[in-house]
Write a protein that binds this ligand. Sequence first.
Ligand code: NAD
Ligand code: UDP
Length: 354
Amino acid sequence: MRVLVTGGAGYIGSHTVLQLLQEGHEVSIADNFSNSSPESVRRVTSLAERSVVLRNVDLLNQADLNAMFQDIQPEAVIHFAGLKAVGESVAQPLKYYRNNVTGTLNLLESMESVGCRTLVFSSSATVYGESTALPLVESTPRSATNPYGRTKLHIEEMLEELAASDGRWSIANLRYFNPVGAHESGLIGEDPQGIPNNLMPYVAQVAIGRREKVGVFGGDYPTADGTGVRDYIHVIDLAAGHLAALDYLQESKGAHTWNLGTGAGSSVLEVIDAFARVSGQPVAYEIVDRRPGDVAENYANAEKARLDLGWKAERGLEQMVEDMWRWQKMNPTGFDEIPASEMTDEELAEFLGS
Ligand code: NAD
Ligand code: UDP
């Protein structure tokens, strides 16, 4: 299939592009490199020994987007492009509404313009808000606790209304739990800019010596060891969920929603322990105040994805940490800085070929 991947240079996108190429799909990527580097794409093409079309396109630029759709004529779109920092979204909500909601609206209009109506969307377990009814099932009522989460909620609703209005659309809302880990080659992985917001990359940077200690946000939650519990999912399993959803959409119209998680939770201290064990490095930590908006515990019921898609997460915490540590050791400061947002499509093609 000809698949267009928005945000395909990013963390989850790059791992998914690799699997698409390995499965024989023809892949094009649209990214503005606001949070990624074309180096990830170069490494993906070398791992897959296949090429991709890489376009420097901002979803906020409808003219560029339309031109790209006319040129590529994709049969399906996997839509990762979006901003994802919760704290930043609280400080700059309009930036998040514009980029995530308007960006998606533009994308849908471009899709319509070429009759492409198959879409896999990156949603998030954040749409369950502060729900305490565990495990979280897809029918759990949705809510948002911050502007980032609200963009995901709005987009899910927009996609449902679109599918209801026109029976030709096939749409998957994939609700990710906590994606971590990296490809086993150590060549691609998550490369957060500045201080990591998420636990796992923070712990990795402490283990490698870039940061002094992990601040554990709360030690008095009603969990086994008092620290927050989350459903961490290996990015390779998560990527495979996208291919399974794409297959399903070939046979099925309408809007569908699936949780992508393992169904089991790990605490902050379990993550820190696993990292210290696997890396052989001490991981210093200190229990500090709870982070506002955090829930004690959160994990998926992933049965619907197993039944409908035949998909199940295969990798456990140990492997997530091993792969994350390999990536961290091989790329202690992430991908090299490349001023890609200024690069033309010709320059990008040349970069990938080099
Ligand atoms: P990422 O930042 O690594 O990837 C997002 C990509 O989108 C980046 O390459 C960025 O440059 C690009 N992008 C952003 N705005 C764009 C725009 N207007 N036009 C073109 N490109 C744009 O993030 P990720 O972790 O790979 O997440 C991918 C998606 O999954 C996001 O939508 C995110 O909200 C969602 N998600 C992520 C997590 C997580 O913990 N990583 C959890 C749940 C959901
Ligand atoms: N956490 C922590 N210290 C950090 C970052 C996160 O203790 O520096 C905790 C956080 O309170 C939560 C878990 O680690 O219990 C996962 O947080 P993350 O931000 O990675 O994901 P979230 O589930 O909040 O999206």
